[in-house]
Design a protein around this ligand. Structure first.
Ligand code: ZN
Length: 98
């Protein structure tokens, strides 16, 4: 839908490209960019887990039926920790051998 501008659900050709999605915490007055994942950033002084976020989201919305596709702006930067984020697919090349 992002490339074609055509909704795959209802074939309507009027869509919205939404570059930034709104996310709020405890207070509606604080608006942040919505992200896909919570990531582990290490441990604090007291052994507590430090968390961060990755994968800022954008969206395409059909004006007729409201169908929405979400896209991560920077998918290559999402760290796969093998626990909460698992990477699948071919392993990256590690040398000149083919
Ligand atoms: Zn639609």
């Amino acid at each position: 839908m992002r490339k074609t501008g055509i909704c795959p659900k209802c074939n309507h050709d009027h869509t919205l490209l939404v570059d930034r999605l709104a996310d709020t915490g405890d207070y509606d007055t604080v608006i942040r960019d919505m992200h896909l994942a919570i990531v582990h950033k290490g441990e604090g002084w007291f052994g507590d887990e430090k968390l961060g976020r990755a994968g800022q989201l954008s969206a395409v919305v059909c004006r007729a039926c409201g169908f929405t596709e979400l896209y991560v702006k920077d998918p290559e930067r999402i760290p796969a920790d093998g626990n909460t984020i698992v990477e699948r697919g071919p392993a990256p090349s590690t040398g000149p051998h083919r």
